[in-house]
Design a protein around this ligand. Structure first.
Ligand SMILES: [Zn+2]
Length: 425
């Protein structure tokens, strides 16, 4: 049984005059954790053994009509609510921006640090506590730097389409079941049981003098391409490097994750393993190629207007009984026991899902029985003429909370029709 979800909506409309000048600045600040830090992404504790490529906090600040907003993307597994709140406070303290006008999202890289103090996989360690305490300041520093670089700018947008590197991981099987990651070349696979989102929206900013400033790319694929125990941003590393080769070292590339929980990189028709840095490089190269293919189609957005919308959505969670919780605890206990007793992967997935749902209930001080608040913040950039008369929900943008599963995203979109991905005018 699903419970009713409370909903709070607020919207901020930035309404510059026709002639309002757009100014844009961008910056990236490393947020690479120290070696040894427990890593996120899997159901076991593993310490980072080295750094393949640095994690970054990247920010684009947009200003028009006297008001500034920021798009921030973090090379992290998620954006915990507490981190967002602390970061927004720090941004308010160190910049002229309002915290509510900053959209913070994570790429969902699986090769970064654990973030929650409640993580069972090393979250209580001192190294995680120290890392987390410094994180809001580092992210705010990216916004502060981007703000300090504000310069008169133009904005362009295009849409690419890439269908060859993303796959829905749920499949109809010959026995009538729906399989989840059923394995490469599995002869029982009939067809995908869900969609992918192949669109590649690209927004490019350059100064009025023609200097490249930033590119914002959105794509729906689960960033679990590397694995193992080296820190890496995953495919955004190669994407950024390739676009930098094209537009110069000062341009900042932000990759933002679309609705990608059930969309991953595993091509079940291809027998080769798809793991490691080579796989992330292949993914990033192909995505970069699509961005570059879209480049000649970039269209300027004339007299751009900026609009921010923030919506609190409490998603309904399934009913979890005491028996389910007890069973889940037993699975976790078996995980810590002898190797022969270790539960299967799907058993662990289910157990953590149950414990997660149980933790989000009223006992955890949640907003309502069995619901979890998610914030959707959208920044829309569109020709001012298209924003006149627009109401909340129109022309809003991006951002699915990290690990936003396709079904959760669809649920959000049913609640907020007309608020899908970044809309380039
Ligand atoms: Zn994941």
């Amino acid at each position: 049984m699903m419970r009713v979800m409370p909903l709070m909506v607020c919207a901020v409309l930035v309404t510059p005059a026709w002639s309002a000048e757009l100014r844009v600045g961008a910056a990236a600040v490393p947020i690479t954790p120290p070696t040894g830090i427990p890593m996120a992404g899997y159901y076991s504790e593993r310490g980072a053994q080295g750094v393949h490529d640095d994690l970054q906090a990247k920010a684009i600040v947009l200003e028009a009509g006297g008001r500034a907003v920021a798009l921030v993307v973090l090379d992290l597994i998620s954006t915990p609510r507490g981190l967002v709140e602390l970061t927004r406070k720090e941004i308010e303290r160190t910049t002229h921006l309002q915290g509510a006008d900053v959209m913070i999202s994570a790429t969902h890289t699986h090769t970064g640090p654990v973030l929650g103090r409640d993580s069972r996989f090393g979250g209580q360690s001192d190294v995680v506590r120290d890392y987390l305490s410094g994180l809001p300041g580092r992210i705010a520093e990216a916004v502060r730097l981007a703000e300090s670089r504000l310069t008169p700018a133009k904005v362009f947008a295009a849409r690419g389409r890439e269908e060859s590197i993303a796959f829905n991981r749920r499949y109809h099987m010959t026995d009538g079941t729906v399989g989840w990651n059923p394995g490469k070349l599995n002869p029982k696979i009939l067809k995908p049981a869900g969609p992918i989102d192949p669109e590649v929206p690209v927004v490019y900013f350059e100064s009025t003098g023609g200097k490249p400033l930033a590119t914002y790319v959105n794509y729906a694929v689960h960033l679990d391409n590397v694995g193992q125990s080296q820190i890496s941003a995953d495919l955004p590393y190669t994407l950024s490097r390739t676009l930098t080769d094209f537009k110069g070292p000062e341009m900042i590339t932000l990759f933002s994750a679309g609705c990608c929980g059930d969309v991953n990189h595993i091509d079940v028709r291809w027998g080769e393993p798809q793991r490691g840095f080579a796989n992330a490089a292949r993914m990033g190269t192909i995505l970069a190629a699509e961005v570059l293919r879209a480049w000649p189609h970039l269209k300027p957005i004339d007299a751009p207007a900026i609009r921010v919308k923030s919506t609190m959505v409490s998603l309904a969670l399934p009913e979890v009984g005491d028996g389910d919780v007890e069973k889940a605890r037993q699975v976790v206990a078996r995980m810590q026991g002898r190797r022969a007793e270790r539960p299967g992967f799907m058993e662990m997935v289910q157990a953590f899902k149950v414990l997660d749902v149980a933790a989000a209930g009223p006992a955890a001080g949640g907003r309502g029985p069995g619901s979890r608040p998610w914030e959707r913040v959208g920044v829309g950039i569109a020709p001012w003429r298209d924003l006149r008369g627009a109401g909340p929900g129109d022309q809003a943008g991006l951002p699915v909370p990290a690990h936003g599963h396709r079904r959760a995203g669809q649920r959000c979109d049913r609640l907020h029709p007309g608020a899908p991905g970044l809309r380039p005018g």
